[in-house]
Write a new protein. Structure first.
Length: 128
């Protein structure tokens, strides 16, 4: 199943008031029979960013994803990318230390709001 791709975009609110180990989720979007979400988590002095896929049973989704945050002046992005397999034992993937909290506050938060984006390319789907 080559050529399946999409981009999740969401502007999170109240990110600056996240407590340690607290999560925020974007609304779920359905793409290619699965629900997908962006998940943010504050941990220590970092913000983590993850892609969540609602896979069941023996389903596996092999993906390439590129995750990014967009600065408040729209001139800077913080990004990372990689390949991962989503399955029931691994429904989300990302980085716990996606960006340092101080950098997030200084350059990315706009009145507590944060623009996040994840591009997803599905390489292979099995078990569907």
């Amino acid at each position: 199943m080559v050529g399946r791709e999409f981009t999740l975009k969401y502007e999170f609110e109240n990110v600056g008031s996240l407590a340690d180990m607290q999560y925020l989720y974007s609304p779920a979007e359905e793409h290619f029979g699965l629900k997908w979400q962006i998940k943010l988590k504050r941990k220590d002095q970092h913000l983590g960013m993850f892609l969540y896929a609602d896979v069941d049973n023996n389903e596996e989704v092999h993906t390439y994803r590129a995750q990014k945050l967009i600065s408040k002046n729209k001139e800077i992005t913080c990004s990372n990318s990689g390949t991962r397999v989503f399955k029931t034992s691994a429904v989300d993937w990302g980085w716990n230390k996606f960006i340092e909290w101080q950098t997030l506050e200084n350059q990315y938060l706009n009145d507590g709001k944060l623009e996040a984006e994840i591009y997803v390319k599905i390489i292979k789907m099995t078990g569907f």
